[in-house]
Design a protein around this ligand. Structure first.
Ligand code: SAM
Length: 359
């Protein structure tokens, strides 16, 4: 399944990058202010830009680390310190890389009945409800528990570096997405296990891109409103949430993998306490205040904002609001919907690209 992320701009990367180049052909350094999966940041890097990328979610930090800081497999040079680890062999003759060896080690760990098993599997015993949750089969939840524990311990013992740690967490998040028993987000689990969820969880090697600009990228974890004042670049791309659904609630399980903790799992869905990552962009009342903090403080005169016809603000409202900061030029793009249960909504969606040149 890979990434399934509300609002991911993976398929629009080329169009947005050509728009950036049209607006400012001399731009070298681009900010990706709400970077999510990090795939747009990767496309910017591959197109030769220096990238400064930011998001409030921890999983995004790990994705960005892989996409912006790695152009080849890291060495994992200390893994021979792991007790009982065996060099992985692709075939009889040749040993494989340390990356493949550590993935093979993690894939074959003895399962553990830990936090994921207890809270998110049908054989568990959730702390706050009698209703067992079905996000993962019990076998996959036990595997996730074992892999999580091992990655955390390898980091604590300094056997893996920060970047290697991010890569393994990124790989575990991608593997978890492959077997999660969900319809699209982690807001709910499905009542019956779908086929995909029943296949055994498996870490696969990430691919690394050595195209474009390979150094000098920056990654930030936190609120754009708070970090904007310290950012300066030739161009800023902003892809905010446009609906009420909070990313922190919809992707709570990925956040728990990324943060390596065991938070209280609350309610039917087993949400982690997520208010510390609440986004004002999901509130019609607060969105303008947050935009104001960013637009006033960021040191960048060309700003491109993605928004959707399904968004909390209409295009007219956005244009009116943004016009007090500079000259506004909107564009409309047709886009395939992420998912819709609403029969009144068509299969395509109009996505806005709004250029603001600050006064
Ligand atoms: C539409 S998604 C971005 C998708 C991204 N362009 C991609 O291609 O994957 C919006 C992102 O904004 C992040 N976000 C929401 N409010 C934020 C804030 N105040 N500061 C930083 N990031 C925020 C969310 O965590 C989410 O990842």
């Amino acid at each position: 399944m890979g990434y399934r992320y509300i609002g991911s701009k993976d398929k629009l990367s080329d169009i947005i990058i050509s728009e950036i180049k049209n607006i400012n052909p001399n731009a070298e350094h681009v900010i990706d202010l709400m970077a999510g999966t990090g795939l747009f940041s990767l496309a910017l890097k591959e197109a030769g830009f220096q990238v400064s990328a930011l998001d409030v979610m921890t999983y995004s930090f790990h994705h960005l680390t892989v996409h912006l800081k790695l152009d080849k497999e890291p060495q994992f040079e200390n893994i021979n310190k792991i007790k009982g680890i065996e060099k992985y062999k692709d075939n009889e003759l040749f040993s494989s890389s340390n990356y493949k060896t550590i993935q093979n080690y993690l894939n074959n760990l003895k399962p553990i009945q830990g936090y994921f098993y207890k809270e998110f599997s049908p054989d568990g015993s959730p702390q706050n409800t009698d209703k067992k949750r079905k996000y993962f089969t019990s076998a996959n939840a036990e595997k996730i528990d074992a892999i999580r524990k091992a990655i955390k311990s390898l980091k604590a013992k300094k056997i893996i570096s920060d970047i290697e740690h991010s890569l393994l967490l990124h790989d575990l998040i991608m593997a978890t997405n492959d077997v999660a028993n969900i319809a699209g987000t982690y807001g709910h689990y499905l009542s019956k296990f779908v086929k995909r969820a029943e296949s055994p969880l498996q870490l696969y090697s990430s691919t690394f891109s050595s195209k474009g600009k390979l150094t000098d990228h920056n990654i930030y974890l936190g609120y754009a409103e708070e970090i904007a004042a310290s950012l300066s670049a030739d161009f800023c791309y902003i892809d905010p949430p446009y609906i009420k659904r909070q990313y922190a609630a919809n992707y709570h399980i990925l956040e728990t993998i990324a943060r390596e903790d065991e938070p209280e799992a609350i309610g039917l869905s087993g949400l982690r306490p997520w208010r510390d990552q609440y986004s004002n962009f999901c509130s019609k009342v607060k969105i303008r205040d947050s935009f104001d903090k960013i637009l006033k403080n960021i040191n960048c005169s060309d700003i491109l904002i993605s928004y959707s016809e399904d968004g909390l603000l209409t295009l007219e409202e956005l244009i009116k609001f943004l016009s007090s900061y500079g000259k506004v030029i909107p564009k409309e793009l047709e886009y395939k919907r992420f998912k819709s249960n609403d029969s009144k909504k068509g299969a395509t969606l109009t996505e806005y690209l709004i250029h603001l040149r600050k006064y």
